[in-house]
Write a protein that binds this ligand. Structure first.
Ligand code: GUN
Ligand code: FE
Length: 465
């Protein structure tokens, strides 16, 4: 099951997929299992193979294979206050909980213990690739990158930069911010070179991370823009999350025509940039995102939990801006991208209902149609891959893509998804493809980590439930 384009659910019933263990890539996919495995491998690779060299895994009738889930925005240290303080608006929440708890990662020993559980938890939820914020601390960020590599998840890891308007106990000098960022980049890229020698696909990549415009000086952001250019790195930050935050950002940079322009003027808005939230965007800001080919990380749980608002993702998509899903833990209360899918669907419907009831027209180019389960699945997989600029390598089950994938089991013990027998709509469906479509809707709306039975990254099994 996959979604190579938005709106298309591709189900290959009785399909067969081949993986090359040494490269971790998909070598081919067949719609029906009519040939023997060795014959299929020969057809895909043009080489004859010894059937003894092939290991086969058979799925049950209620299991399926799908691309791994991609979390385009989350904060590893914020698992330390998960589910707490969501009644506060963004700026108060940052000042009361976030900075205080992140500052504790000054202690790298704490990071070692804590981050291990965090990454295991994220992987258990089926996330094969995540863009993480760490903290401002060099040592703890290195620990985070090491743990991710040990566990085998794919990730972007960012050393958070904060050299302005931040509490004394959790801030850094401009010089330290830029120096530690470059050191972190070199260290992670160095470890990556070792990985390459082992012929594995790259797992951890550094990402340039100004926390958000108000917590950085002009010099810091301009320096980060230069580093992103020098090392051709991805960039992540927060944009237009909450009205007070937007006013605050503009007051810090009165010469910028908009919040988005603050980043753009400092070399931080380009095709490798992921901007989280984008809830309250002006037309000019949307145009700037489109022109610079920057991407949006849609974080519906966080946007609802912190009363930030509802992002109009239909409009971004209509404008051709790539959109993926983010959990934004701890603004969001769960690391589950399955939850992000349903929150994306439900918050989109809330926006439609609000507009209908208040007589507000949808924006030009946007349409007020409910986001379907298959569209949510696209945003969580191929859409996320596009946001992370890895769409050539990830996001669907196609030949040559890296095998970052999940085996989903819809009938595990205590499954939150009812059995087929208990779901007459599925049991009595007109044809198998109709039954699968409904089963996938149930997956999107009901499943959780109990249904994620195996997690693969780069062809390697990294989690079994
Ligand atoms: N803006 C600046 N920092 C943060 C953060 O940690 N979380 C969220 N949701 N927004 C932010
Ligand atoms: Fe965030």
């Amino acid at each position: 099951v996959d979604t190579p384009v938005m709106g298309q659910l591709r189900v290959r019933i009785n399909g067969v997929l081949g993986i090359d263990r040494s490269s971790g890539r998909i070598i081919g996919v067949a719609e029906k299992a009519e040939l023997l495995p060795a014959e299929l491998v020969s057809a895909w690779t043009g080489q004859s193979v010894d059937s003894k060299a092939i290991e086969t895994i058979q799925l049950t009738a209620d299991q399926f294979l799908m691309p791994g889930l991609i979390d385009t925005h989350t904060h590893a240290p914020q698992f330390s206050f998960l589910g707490i303080g969501h009644d506060l608006p963004l700026m108060d929440w940052l000042n009361k909980y976030t900075f205080k708890h992140e500052s504790e990662f000054k202690d790298a020993n704490l990071a070692r213990k804590f981050y291990k559980d965090v990454i295991k938890r994220v992987v258990r939820n089926g996330v094969t690739f995540a863009a993480y914020y760490g903290t401002i601390h060099f040592d703890s960020n290195c620990v985070l990158a090491d743990i991710i590599r040990e566990i085998g998840q794919r990730a972007y890891v960012g050393k958070v930069c904060m050299d302005a308007n931040s509490p004394a106990y959790y801030s850094e000098s401009t010089e330290a911010s830029l120096r530690d960022t470059e050191e972190f980049v070199k260290k992670v890229l160095g470890s990556q070179a070792e990985e390459a020698n082992k012929q594995q696909s790259r797992l951890v990549t550094p990402i340039i991370t100004p926390r958000f415009a108000p917590s950085c000086t002009h010099e810091c952001m301009a320096g980060l823009g230069a580093l992103a250019e020098k090392y051709q790195l991805p960039i992540q930050s927060h944009l237009c999350e909450n009205p007070s935050e937007i006013e605050y950002a503009k007051s810090c940079f009165p010469d910028s025509p908009s919040y988005a322009h603050i980043y753009h003027q400092r070399g931080l808005l380009n095709s490798r940039t992921i901007m989280a939230h984008c809830v309250h965007m002006s037309d000019a800001e949307i145009a700037l995102m489109r022109e610079t080919k920057a991407s949006v990380s849609h974080c519906p749980n966080s946007n609802l939990s912190l009363s930030s608002g509802i992002a109009d993702i239909r409009r971004f998509i209509a404008e051709g801006i790539p959109v993926g899903l983010g959990t934004d833990v701890g603004g969001g209360y769960t690391p589950s991208i399955l939850d992000a899918m349903r929150m994306a669907a439900v918050s989109n419907r809330a926006l439609i209902a609000f507009r209908r009831d208040s007589g507000v027209q949808s924006a030009p180019g946007s349409k007020d149609t409910p986001l379907e389960a298959a569209e949510a699945l696209y945003l969580a997989t191929q859409g996320g891959a596009r946001v992370m600029t890895m769409d050539e390598h990830l996001g669907s089950l196609d030949a040559n893509k890296l095998f970052d994938a999940l085996v989903v089991d819809m009938s595990t013990p205590n499954s939150p998804v009812p059995s087929i027998e208990a779901t007459p709509a599925v049991r009595d469906a007109a044809c198998p493809i109709e039954a699968w479509k409904m089963r996938i809707e149930q997956f999107v709306f009901l499943a959780d980590d109990r249904n994620i039975s195996r997690v693969y990254v780069g062809g390697k099994l990294i989690h079994t439930s």
